[in-house]
Design a protein around this ligand. Structure first.
Ligand code: IFM
Length: 455
């Protein structure tokens, strides 16, 4: 018996602006923090950058045709804020025109556009970046300007992609732009990102009561290596900031008690102002779930080297313990059942009671692809990854989780942030000549998208 997904289930793929567009200085686009970060020596593998990327800014008609050829009914993309807004807060019409053309092209191919307002390319001109509360105010202006232009055609709006990455990974671990290593700045950034989300949901709800509104969070479930109190506690501390820190205020209107205690010495006393948590917990229609792996941690002992800058400021003593699981090229353990457990937990703990739907807005894997003489990649490892995770999604639905769609990361190989172009996540290969060549995984996914079943 095959596996059959519910009628109307969304099948598609996702990308983001900086990772695919290129055209980094064209038509009035200004610098994002990623343009600046990529210019700093040593930050990105091979000194790569997003100046050209996949040339999607010019090749979008070909890319939309590809989506259609692969049977995808939904496409999640993000908007580059510094492409559409000038530093003085005025709109850049040429930047807006690009997204308008893209949306028209998608609709002409019967593909639903799913727009993410922020996937990390913050205008470099904003003073203090996300550590500044004013950035959240500017975000609302930007969101409303986008909605003015595209609201008649785009019906699904996601405020932020993975705010954990744009706060803790970017301002505490320094791995992502702007590359700071200041845990207090990371906490400020996290709160201001959540505020930008909440204020934007409020504003868009007024502007467009029927739109589907939400946020995408990345979840990396964290488990203890043993039942020793030290290991249990360190896994809990990682979980508190990496996972619950974001969903808890959105769904329940408060930060997790244990995260507040764990971070007590770092938390600025004037950060959370009256009304902030009410704004952050404004009801949403859909929670985007990005899932790649789960992690096991033990508490560091005397023999362990001291940690450097960390994305887990309340758990600098967390040491990852690898299990006997297959690894992707990112070194991430493949754990499809972790996705089933995550979806059931989210539905039961946070979203089920309010009718908020769950959509997998990212899931996928980088592998060391080998192309044949025609550029074709027979990526059976990626096929197995997708099959395993989609099967887990189906099991979660059978267990009662309200999961409404699955968007593979990513449509095509692209700029993998600090890893540059060395890591390939696409179901479509992009080669040095910018040829798009569907891999075996793209054909496998297209079959699923067309039939709704895994045979
Ligand atoms: O490429 C990224 C994406 O931009 C955000 N989520 C994780 C992906 C793989 O690392």
């Amino acid at each position: 018996m095959g596996i059959e997904f519910p009628k109307g289930f969304l099948f598609g793929s996702a990308t983001s602006s900086y990772q695919i567009e290129g055209a980094a200085t064209e038509d009035g686009k200004e610098d994002s923090i990623w343009d600046v970060f990529c210019r700093e020596p040593g930050k990105i593998v091979n000194g790569d950058d997003g100046l050209v990327a996949c040339e999607h800014y010019h090749r979008y008609p070909e890319d939309v045709k590809l989506l259609a050829d692969l049977g995808m009914n939904t496409y999640r993309f993000s908007v580059s804020w510094p492409r559409v807004m000038h530093a003085d807060g005025s709109v850049n019409p040429k930047g807006m025109d690009f997204y308008s053309r893209l949306v028209d092209e998608l609709l002409a191919h019967d593909i639903a556009p799913w727009l993410t307002l922020y996937h990390w390319d913050l205008p470099a001109a904003l003073p203090g970046g996300w550590t500044n509360r004013a950035t959240a105010e500017r975000f609302v202006d930007y969101a409303l300007a986008m909605h003015d232009r595209l609201g008649d055609r785009v019906r699904t709006w996601t405020t932020l992609n993975e705010p954990w990455c744009s706060s803790f990974l970017s301002y505490s671990a320094g791995v992502h732009a702007p590359g700071w290593t200041d845990p207090v700045a990371a906490i400020k950034a996290a709160h201001h990102l959540l505020l930008a989300h909440g204020w934007t949901v409020q504003a868009l709800r007024v502007a467009d009561p029927d739109a589907s509104l939400g946020i995408t969070l990345n979840f990396t479930p964290s488990y203890p290596a043993s039942d020793s109190p030290e290991d249990v506690d360190v896994a809990r501390r990682v979980d508190a900031t990496a996972n619950r820190f974001f969903i808890e205020p959105i769904a329940h209107g408060h930060y997790p008690e244990d995260a507040l205690e764990d971070l007590a010495g770092l938390w600025p006393s004037d950060l959370v102002q009256d009304g902030d948590l009410a704004a952050i917990s404004t009801p949403i229609d859909v929670l985007g779930v990005n899932y790649y792996t789960t992690n096991v941690f033990r508490a560091a002992g005397p023999g362990d080297a001291p940690s450097g800058p960390t994305p887990h400021p309340s758990a600098p003593d967390a040491v990852q313990v690898m299990r006997d699981l297959p690894l992707t090229a990112m070194g991430w353990e493949v754990d499809p059942d972790g996705l089933r457990r995550l979806l059931v937990w989210l539905h039961t703990t946070y979203t089920g009671a309010t009718g908020t739907g769950l959509v997998i807005t990212e899931n996928g894997a980088a592998y060391d692809d080998v192309a044949d003489e025609n550029g074709f990649v027979d990526d059976q490892d990626r096929v197995e990854y997708l099959r395993g995770h989609l099967t887990a999604v189906h099991q979660a639905i059978e267990e009662g989780a309200d999961v409404r769609g699955y968007l593979a990361w990513s449509l095509m190989d692209n700029f993998e942030w600090a890893e540059g172009y060395a890591k390939r996540f696409g179901v479509v290969r992009v080669d040095a000549e910018q040829r798009r060549i569907p891999k075996a995984s793209a054909h496998w996914f297209a079959d699923l998208a067309r039939t709704g079943t895994i045979g």
